[in-house]
Design a protein around this ligand. Structure first.
Ligand code: 8YV
Length: 322
């Protein structure tokens, strides 16, 4: 008998076949996310699981699952894991770092450019049949070239975003838990380390790509938004919860900042309905890593971690408590 695992979200069929060589696989090939209760029921008797960031692996869940040995997240972020509880319960955890850096950085730029140059807003206008008039000041946006890019969270994705700014002749300032090495700063378009407040004050375009935790909850709230330039754009590629969405809605509505591009939301897949009434925000449904090649690489990476961890080896991307 092969060990039983659950693949909790739909995944590429060939990755399921790959996993089936090692495990008895139960999978969710629907586009519906399991409720916490259903996740718990389905995990009963399973030794492993492949999940995404929507599956909360909590202490309460683990206490009811004595057979569980490992959960592999198909995501670099793992704020859905209670890592302390997993460690105490002897449940291995892994994520999928690096394979999504470049694709996520590409998407950060797409959102930044769309927000700064009002691409979705102007497309809606065109689709609405309103292009029978013209004024010199229709859809004036903010330049990217020659501007200052502020990045909060200068990990591997942040550095890949900064790297891309060389072609736009941008200055990069960043804030991070720790300062990068001189080599990393050079790689990231000679990014300059600054306090969070300085980044907020100086950025023409602000990119948020830091991990979510209790400590980073509402890194951007009303006070931080008030420090930003009224012409600035804000891009959140990281997690909902990094930004106080209610404060952001107020700032966008009052034009205290110019625009935002959001791929993540507090309480997603639900999101604050007031975003829909704002024209100066570009909204996407958490798709920054969604290129064919990258989602495949993430799925394969998660599968390989699970195979290693459940066969007594150290998973290549084992997560540890610091
Ligand atoms: C995933 C992500 O698409 O890697 C992450 O942390 O948020 C995204 O790349 C999402 O979590 C689904 O796995």
């Amino acid at each position: 008998m092969k060990p039983a695992i659950l693949v909790a979200r739909a995944i590429f069929p060939d990755i399921l076949t790959y996993l089936s060589a090692h495990f008895e696989v139960e999978s969710n090939q629907d586009d519906v996310v399991f409720s916490p209760e259903e996740l718990m029921q389905r995990l009963k008797g399973k030794v492993g699981a492949l999940t995404t960031s929507s599956a909360r692996i909590s202490r309460e869940l683990l206490q009811q699952l004595p057979d569980l040995k490992m959960v592999a997240n198909m995501a670099v972020g793992y704020d859905n894991f209670d890592l302390a509880a997993m460690t105490e319960c002897g449940v291995l955890a892994s994520n999928t770092p690096d394979v999504l850096n470049e694709t996520t950085a590409d998407f950060g730029w797409a959102l930044m450019m769309a927000a700064a140059r009002r691409i979705t807003e102007s497309e809606h206008w065109l689709r609405d049949g309103q292009w029978n008039k013209w004024r010199y000041d229709y859809f004036l946006g903010a330049d990217l070239h020659g501007s200052t890019l502020g990045i909060i969270g200068m990990g591997r994705i942040g550095q890949a975003i900064a790297r891309r700014s060389t072609g736009f002749n941008m200055r990069v300032i960043y804030h991070n838990r720790s300062r990068l090495s001189p080599e990393q700063e050079a790689y990231a378009n000679n990014a300059q380390y600054a306090s969070k407040e300085e980044v907020l004050r100086q950025a023409d375009h602000l990119m948020l790509i830091l991990p979510y935790s209790a400590a980073s909850h509402h890194t951007i709230g009303a006070a931080e938004l008030a420090m930003m330039k009224p012409t600035a754009t804000l891009i959140n590629l990281a997690r909902g919860g990094i930004v106080d969405d209610v404060a952001l809605i107020a700032a966008l509505r009052d034009k205290r900042i110019a625009a935002a591009g959001l791929d993540v939301f507090e309480n997603e897949p639900k999101f604050h309905p007031d975003f829909l009434s704002l024209s100066n925000v570009v909204l996407t449904p958490h798709i920054a890593s969604a290129s064919e090649a990258t989602r495949r690489a993430m799925a394969k990476c998660a599968a390989d971690n699970l195979i290693a961890g459940l066969s007594g080896q150290t998973p290549p991307n084992l997560l540890k408590l610091f």
